[in-house]
Design a binder for this molecule. Structure first.
Ligand code: CAA
Length: 256
């Protein structure tokens, strides 16, 4: 049995972390399988949007596997943190847009995995947090970096320093999630969002993702320069079809 599964359907890739008995905790095996799956998705021309979820009814991912971490030396824990950080950065930099569909606990490494996705949809039962300080550690898979970038320094400071749990409603209020839905509708809502993206120019979608993600890491002048270059790169077959379709009052037909 794989601890990470990839299913493909109608231009969507569904990645499921599959260790429900331990609330999908991230151990070395999960990180290694996820790494391989991310490499495959990166090259896969049949996948245009990726949806991440956790198996079972209780959790997206309840964090890094504490039983595996407990006896690590400082050197081993550094290697472990870097492994997770590099993997989550690869997820952030996937060419395809990514959506985390969060059905329950998204704690520690689980919150960090969700934050490495481009968008997050959560059920009203979802719970978020970076509880690491309660274990005598700090977030190690990018949480101290992505949380303040997403919700601002003061709120991120409060959440990481107290380790408190955040409800789905508060997560929505903070801008940590895009939308809160009922459990029955979670997957359908994630697919709806994906389909709204799939209907648009596929090349433009990928350039927009790069412009936003890379632009956030640099000053606005460099970001605008990047945007200008990516804008120019869009002027080709896809753009001709999009603009012709508009002028001819018909739906565009985009080829990949
Ligand atoms: N690692 C290993 N096992 C975990 C786990 C984790 N992060 N989270 C849950 N589990 C296991 C439990 O040990 C338990 O296993 P057993 O049935 O064998 O006892 C099983 O999953 C079910 O969990 P609970 O019985 O605890 O379920 P609950 O509903 O009572 O509580 C919970 C749910 C509040 C999420 C609780 O499990 C919990 O607090 N989990 C740990 C959350 C956490 O601290 N995450 C951060 C980890 S550190 C990290 O992620 C560092 C980093 O940045 C990389």
């Amino acid at each position: 049995m794989s601890v990470v599964e990839l299913k493909k359907e109608n231009r969507l890739g569904f990645v499921t972390i599959n260790r429900p008995k331990v609330l999908n905790a991230l151990n070395a095996e999960v990180l290694s399988e996820l790494d391989q799956i991310i490499s495959n998705i990166c090259q896969d021309k049949e996948i245009d949007v990726v949806i991440f979820s956790g198996a079972g009814e209780k959790a997206f991912v309840a964090g890094a596997d504490i039983s595996e971490m407990k006896d690590k030396s400082p050197q081993e824990s550094y290697t472990f943190a870097r492994q997770g950080q590099v993997l989550f950065q690869r997820i952030q930099e996937l060419p395809q847009p990514t959506i985390a569909a969060i059905n329950g606990f998204a704690l520690g490494g689980g919150c960090e995995l969700a934050m490495s996705c481009d968008m997050r949809i959560a059920t009203d039962k979802a719970k978020f947090g970076q509880p690491e300080v309660a274990l005598g550690i700090i977030p190690g898979f990018g949480g101290t970096q992505r949380l303040p970038r997403l919700i601002g320094r003061a709120k991120a400071m409060e959440i990481i320093l107290t380790g408190r749990t955040i409800s789905a409603v508060e997560a929505l209020d903070l801008g940590l999630v895009n939308k809160v839905v009922s459990a029955e509708n979670l997957l359908a809502e994630a697919v709806n969002l994906a389909e709204a993206i799939l209907a648009k120019g596929p090349y433009a979608i990928r350039q927009a993702k790069v412009a936003i993600n890379k632009g956030l890491e640099v000053d606005i002048n460099i970001g605008c320069e990047l945007e200008g270059n990516l804008f120019a790169l869009c002027f080709g077959e896809e753009q001709k079809e999009g603009m012709s379709a508009f002028l001819e009052k018909r739906a565009p037909i985009y080829e990949k």
